[in-house]
Structure formats: C-alpha cells, structure tokens
Design a protein around this ligand. Structure first.
Ligand SMILES: O=C(O)C1=C[C@@H](OP(=O)(O)O)[C@@H](O)[C@H](O)C1
Ligand SMILES: C=C(OP(=O)(O)O)C(=O)O
Length: 420
C-alpha cells in the first residue's frame, strides 16, 4: 500500500491508542495466571495478534469480547504448532522463556526482519541451563528443547531489554530462587520497570539488586481485570505534530505508567517546546525548538520522530547512544536519515546516532519509502507538516504492526490522503 499525503494533519482532538507494550505484558501475565482475566481496552495490531496466537498455541484460551480480551488459562501447555512471532520482537523475546515452561520441544519462527534480529542473550542462558537448541538460519527458525532451571544467569543489558522481560516472566514460576545478572548497564530500563509493575499487579514480586534482579521461586500469577493505558510511543508522533504546527489535543494518556517514551515530554521541553499535560490530556503548543544532545539509550522508539523534530529545530542536534536503532524493524538510523534527506534535511549518520543540522522547511518528494517499518512511516507522515507539496510513502502498510488506525486518525485530524 502506498499513501499519498496531499495535505498534512492540522487540527483536532485524538484519543491516544492503547499501549502495545502494556497489552503484550498484560496478555502474558494473564496467560500465566490460573483462572480468568479480562484485559480491557487492549491494542489491536499485528504485533499484539502475534502474542495472542502464540499464547493460543501454548494452550491458553483467548477470546475477544466487547468488554476486552478474556484470557483463560490452566498453565502453559505443550505447543500444538510452531510459535510464529511474525515481525514482533517483543512477542518472540517475551515468549521464549514462557514457552519453555511447557518443558516440551518448541520451535519459534518469524517474518524476514525478525529473523535477523538478535536472540543471542537467550542462547547464553540456554548454555548455562543446559537447554539444547538448533538454529536453521541466522537467528530464526530456532528449535529449543529442555527445562528451565532456577539459578544465576548473566546476560548483557545493552542488546535488548526484552530478554530481561522474558526471563522475569518465567523465572518466578520455577521451584526455587534465581538471579539475573546484567554484565553491562541496562538500556531501555523503563520497559523492565513496566514489566515488574505489571507482574506485581498480577501478584508476582521481583526484586531489583545491584547489577540485576533477584527472582523468588514458587510464585503464582493471579487472575485479574486490567485496563491498558494510552501509548506514549504513538502519542510522541502527535506531540511532535503539535510542536511543528498542528493544533492537536491528545486525550486518554495517563502519566507515570512506566512508559519509556514518556521521556518525549522532557526532551521536547529541553528543546524549547511548551507542552501542557494535565489529567490525561496533552496539549503541545506550536513553536520554535532548538537543537540539543539527545540520548536515546532509554527510549529508542522515539528515535525516528525525534529525528524529524531535530531536523526542523534551530541549530545542531546530536542523537547519541542509539545503536540499537539499527536492530529494530529496519536500521532506523539509516532509514530515517535517507528518507528525511530526500526532503532536504541535513542529517549525517554516526555509528550510534545522528548529527542533524536544522532546516526551516522540507521540500516535497513523491518517492519516500517505509523500509517496512511502522515508525518510519509515521515519522514521515508527520514530517509532511513542513513539506511544500505532497509526499508519497510506499510500503505504508507497515503501520499495521503497531497502529493500524494511524491514517484513519490522520484524516480525523484533517489530513487529506489517498491510497494507491
Ligand atoms: O519491552 C518492550 O515493550 C519494548 C522494549 C524496547 O526494546 P529494546 O529493549 O530492545 O530497546 C522497545 O524498542 C520495543 O519497541 C518495545
Ligand atoms: C521495535 C519495536 O517493537 P518490537 O521490538 O516488539 O518488534 C517497535 O515497536 O518499535
């Protein structure tokens, strides 16, 4: 699907879509609880669907109802089929340790991009646990056989926090205590804090210790009714749209939900933006912003939209500590640099970030490419606010990964688009 943006989004009020990260986590905690849970206001997207399908293959009953998703579980069962994570890094990495609780042979696979994303930290843990595995490609498919055993395990903290989340889900269900030690400082730590917070709401406690986590064994997840909060990673696109010129108000976006991308508020303010935030409502004010040093080690997903804001800010910005942007759905450093430069931005890549000289406006270009990455499509659609004519984004269906209604919302906000 190609999208042509004839006129950018310009005004309106939008209810922020539910959080992808929280939806994945609530579904998994509910699947690990014996009994019946209800997940209210879940995100519906390709990624959350991957988690649902994988949990179903592990014997969990999941039903979509008008009230939300009902999850009924009797524990994790031997899988009935290959666990297919599609393109969702979270679904794959969260569910590897969970699936191993079945003590059966499990095969994981995913679509092209995910097949190349690292799974290395689990291989280290499998070696320490004596679990056997065979890989049939660069990373996936992988066939795993063995039993998770409690103990002390060491992994790196700077490849993906998703390995930590996956282990924290499964280890409390083992018969005795475990420790997870991080050999390098943990990046994207808020995501792990979110995991721990959601686990505690389902009755499981994790203790943070120096260099890692202590996980008491023999714990139980409890059934629960849980409501998903609005997604800061998606709100970030509309916040930047507001700063760049659109008159947008965002509703249903609660504060302090341990979302890493809530950091967009402080980063944008540091760049000179005015943003009002009260009672779950955000109102960004259009105005001038200034280039700054922006550290993305804790909030990588706002990388593409921060590049847009920096490219249109006065002076020079340095995006630093962002090497993991290269191992997402696309190499997001190369992808956003290439596409924004086609619009006249002045961005150069560094090994782990970008140096961005601000420009006042973008020119139009009818040939922008999604790089099969939802966050690149959304960032380019917001960049259209400062182009001097229409833009075409090819491969725009990538938005289905996390925000299938993105263009419907774009039109609600008075954007004019057509599809090819
Ligand atoms: O735990 C999560 O929900 C996520 C963690 C982050 O990954 P990394 O820890 O690999 O940076 C983030 O980029 C991803 O989109 C979602
Ligand atoms: C990288 C992302 O997700 P995941 O790692 O779950 O594929 C994302 O949503 O930007």
């Amino acid at each position: 699907m190609n999208v042509i943006i004839h006129k950018p989004l310009s005004e309106g009020t939008l209810e922020v879509v539910p959080s992808k990260s929280i939806t994945h986590r609530a579904l998994i905690a509910a699947a690990l609880a014996e009994g019946r849970s209800l997940i209210k206001r879940p995100l519906e997207s390709e990624d959350t669907e991957a988690t649902i399908n994988m949990l179903r293959a592990l014997g969990v009953k999941i039903e979509k109802t008008p009230e939300g998703i009902v999850v009924e579980s009797n524990g994790i069962q031997k899988p009935t089929e290959i666990l297919f994570a599609n393109e969702s890094g979270s679904s794959l990495r969260f569910l590897v340790p969970v699936a191993l609780l079945s003590e059966a042979e499990v095969t994981f696979d995913g679509k092209s991009g995910l097949r190349k994303r690292p799974i290395s930290e689990y291989l280290k843990v499998f070696d320490q646990m004596g679990i056997e595995y065979t890989q049939f490609g660069e990373n996936l498919p992988i066939k795993i056989k063995g039993k998770m055993v409690p103990g002390e395990y060491t992994i790196s903290g700077n490849i993906s926090s998703q390995f930590v989340t996956g282990l924290l889900y499964a280890l409390p269900l083992l018969k005795s205590d475990s420790k997870l030690i991080l050999s390098t400082p943990l990046e994207s730590k808020d995501y792990v804090d979110m995991t721990i917070s959601i686990q505690s709401q389902f009755g499981v406690k994790i203790e943070e210790i120096e260099n890692g986590y202590f996980i008491k064994g023999n714990q139980k997840y409890c059934e629960k009714t849980f409501e998903v909060s609005g997604d800061f990673s998606q709100a970030a696109f509309h916040i930047v749209a507001g700063i760049l010129g659109a008159n947008i108000t965002l509703s249903k976006i609660e504060q302090n939900t341990q979302q890493a991308d809530e950091k967009i508020l402080n980063i944008a303010k540091m760049m000179g933006a005015d943003i009002f935030y009260e009672n779950g409502t955000i109102k960004p004010i259009t105005g001038i912003t200034y280039g700054r040093v922006i550290d993305l080690s804790q909030c990588p997903d706002i990388g593409p939209i921060m590049a847009v804001l920096c490219a249109l800010s006065e002076g020079t910005s340095h995006i630093i500590n962002a090497s993991r942007l290269r191992i997402k759905e696309s190499d997001r450093i190369t992808a956003i640099t290439t596409e924004l430069n086609k619009l006249g931005a002045k961005i150069s890549e560094t090994k782990d970030g970008m140096i961005i000289e601000g420009v006042k406006n973008f020119k139009s270009n009818m040939n922008l490419y999604s790089w099969n990455d939802h966050r690149i499509v959304m960032a380019l659609s917001i960049a259209a606010i400062k182009t001097d004519g229409p833009i075409r984004i090819t491969g725009a269906e990538a938005i289905n990964k996390s925000y299938p209604t993105f263009f419907e919302d774009y039109v609600k906000l008075k954007g004019v688009i057509s599809y090819e």
